[in-house]
Write a protein that binds this ligand. Structure first.
Ligand code: URA
Length: 263
């Protein structure tokens, strides 16, 4: 029995008690009230109850529900298996492995990068190359656990040749996997790492330096924040005040405090 059926039962119960009350007072009055009840009161009660039901159903909404770790892992595995057979774009021809994800399926934060590089293609794990090592170090320095706090993936799952930026068609061909990952993991925060991830979500024309640190509402109200890509940080060594590395440390500290507040 669902919430609407429960509310219907309650409504019918109230109607019955209401009519019983009038039946006790006066039988003629009872018949009279029975007539107007059907014409007037039932309609308004139906209206009120159907709206209450809708309000109630909102809280039982599929999207609001927390699913078990086991169910999330199982669902992600199904998607990963489909993805490993994917030939939706030409990138499949040169892949060694698809690079699907790393981290916990119930992590509070989902970090989305650009695309696998050579090391990721070889290992099947995102962010394990030079840029990945820098990111992992900075994450650790900020007190964030890569294993427990993050679910890491990329906008596309196969390595583009010469590690070039993914093409729009490649991102579109792969978007179904990323959308499924977001819908299954349902993180509390999405971290868009670098301009490819940003343009996949917000469109072109955004500069990381202008939008990092801000919050956006995406995919069923999940907030998203933006950080510099570690490849960019590898080309910018300075750690002085307001440098990209300094700002990234600040952004990661804010992400850490977001995680801590979740309890
Ligand atoms: N850069 C990315 O954006 N993703 C990876 O997995 C590795 C490097």
């Amino acid at each position: 029995m669902n919430a609407t059926s429960y509310l219907c039962c309650i409504k019918n119960g109230f109607q019955f008690l209401f009519l019983l009350y009038f039946a006790r007072v006066n039988y003629t009055l009872f018949i009279f009230y029975l007539q107007i009840f059907n014409f007037l009161i039932t309609n308004s009660i139906d209206f009120i109850f159907s709206n209450v039901s809708l309000l109630f159903m909102k809280y039982l909404d599929f999207n609001e529900k927390e699913f078990s770790l086991e169910l999330k892992e199982q669902s992600l595995l199904e998607i990963k298996n489909v993805c490993s057979q994917c030939k939706n774009c030409p990138l499949w021809e040169n892949r060694t492995n698809i690079v699907f994800s790393d981290g916990k399926a119930n992590a509070p934060v989902m970090l989305i990068g650009e695309a696998p590089g050579t090391d990721e293609d070889a290992s099947g794990i995102p962010f394990v190359g030079k840029a990945g090592k820098l990111l992992s170090q900075m994450i650790q320095d900020a007190g964030i656990s890569r294993e427990n706090d993050l679910y890491i993936c990329n906008t596309i799952k196969c390595r583009p040749p010469q590690n070039r930026e993914p093409l729009t068609q490649e991102k579109e061909a792969c978007s179904q996997y990323l959308e499924a990952q977001i819908n299954i993991v349902r993180p509390k925060l999405i971290v868009l790492c670098g301009s490819t991830a940003v343009s996949s979500f917000l469109g072109k024309g955004f500069k990381i330096s202008q939008i990092r640190g801000n919050k956006y509402i995406l995919f069923n109200k999940i907030p998203a924040t933006v950080i510099f890509h570690p490849s960019y940080l590898l080309r910018n060594h300075s750690e002085e005040f307001n440098s990209p590395r300094w700002l990234t440390k600040k952004d990661l500290a804010a992400i850490k405090s977001f995680i801590s507040q979740l309890g």
